[in-house]
Design a protein around this ligand. Structure first.
Ligand SMILES: Nc1ncnc2c1ncn2[C@@H]1O[C@H](COP(=O)(O)OP(=O)(O)OP(=O)(O)O)[C@@H](O)[C@H]1O
Ligand SMILES: [Mg+2]
Length: 247
C-alpha cells in the first residue's frame, strides 16, 4: 500500500499547492510513482502547476458521481514521468464528502507509492475532506507568526485524528532573519509546535515554474531544498542547509 499524505496549512497562500507539486516531482525523480489529488474544490491549481490544464476532461467530482472510472480522471504530467494529477472539481457544490475521499485515497494507494492530497485553505469542510484518507501530514507555514499559529491549530486538529505531521517553512528570506528583523526559524517552530522536516527559501524560480507548468530547475535553491525534503520524507538523514546557503 502507498502512503497517503495531506499537505495543509490553515492560512491561505502558504505554499500548499507548490509543495504538493514540488514534492511530487522530487519523489518521482527518486523513482516513486506519485498521484496528486487536488482537494481545492472551486479553486484548482495543481493542473496548471503540472502542465495538464488544457487536456483535462474529467475531475474528481466525475469519479464520485460515477461519470467515469477513477483512472480516466488521472492525468500524467508532461513535466515529469511518474507524476499524475486528479483535478479538483470546478464548482464548490461538487465538493466530496470525507467518506468519498477516504475511499478514493485508499483505492489510489493500491497503485501508487504516494498519494499526495493538496488541501484547501482553512479548517472547514474542505480540510475535513482532504485529511479524511491521510495517514501522514505536511503542514506548510510561511515564516511569520500568524501563519505559524494557524499551523499550530491545524497540527492540533491532525493530532486529534492521530495523523502525524511534520512542518515545512516556505518562502524563507534569510536576510531579514540574519539581521534580526524577522523571527528566526526556531521561533516559528516553537509557535507551530510541529517537528520540522525542511525549509524552502523564497525563490522566483518557484513562481516561474508554477506559471508554466514545469519542474523547478534542478539547481535552483528551492529545488535543492524540495529534493532534501523528499529524501527526509523517505527516511534519509539529510542535514538542513545553513541560512547563508539559501541567499
Ligand atoms: N518558495 C517560494 N518562492 C516564491 N514564490 C512562492 C514560493 N512558494 C509559493 N510561492 C508563490 O506563492 C503563491 C501561493 O502559493 P500556493 O498557491 O502554492 O499556495 P497555497 O497555500 O496552495 O494557496 P491556497 O491557500 O490559495 O491554496 C503562488 O503564487 C506561488 O507561486
Ligand atoms: Mg493551493
Amino acid at each position: 500500500m502507498g502512503i497517503i499524505t495531506v499537505i495543509t496549512s490553515g492560512k491561505g497562500g502558504a505554499g500548499k499547492s507548490t509543495v504538493t507539486a514540488g514534492l511530487g516531482f522530487a519523489l518521482a525523480s527518486l523513482g516513486r510513482k506519485v498521484v496528486l489529488l487536488d482537494g481545492d474544490a472551486g479553486l484548482r491549481s495543481l493542473d496548471l502547476m503540472l502542465g495538464i490544464s488544457e487536456g483535462a476532461v474529467y475531475d474528481m467530482s466525475d469519479i464520485f458521481e460515477g461519470n467515469c472510472e477513477p483512472i480516466r480522471a488521472v492525468y500524467p504530467s508532461p513535466a515529469c514521468e511518474g507524476v499524475s494529477v486528479v483535478p479538483a472539481p470546478i464548482g464548490l457544490e461538487q465538493m466530496c464528502s470525507p467518506y468519498d475521499m477516504r475511499r478514493l485515497c485508499g483505492g489510489f494507494a493500491k497503485y501508487y507509492d504516494h498519494v499526495l492530497v493538496d488541501s484547501p485553505a482553512g479548517i472547514g469542510r474542505g480540510f475535513e475532506c482532504a485529511i479524511a484518507g491521510a495517514n501522514r501530514a505536511l503542514v506548510v507555514t510561511t515564516p511569520d507568526m500568524v501563519c505559524a499559529r494557524d499551523a499550530q491549530i491545524v497540527g492540533g486538529l491532525l493530532n486529534q485524528k492521530d495523523i502525524p505531521s511534520r512542518l515545512i517553512i516556505n518562502r524563507l528570506r534569510p536576510a531579514p532573519i540574519i539581521s534580526g528583523k524577522m523571527p528566526d526559524v526556531d521561533e516559528i517552530i516553537d509557535v507551530a509546535g510541529i517537528q520540522l522536516i525542511g525549509i524552502i527559501p523564497e525563490d522566483e524560480e518557484v513562481a516561474i515554474a508554477n506559471a508554466n507548468g514545469r519542474q523547478l530547475p534542478t539547481r535552483s535553491n528551492a529545488a535543492v531544498c524540495m529534493a532534501n525534503i523528499a529524501r527526509r520524507y523517505l527516511g534519509a538523514t539529510v542535514p538542513l542547509a545553513g541560512l547563508e546557503k539559501m541567499i
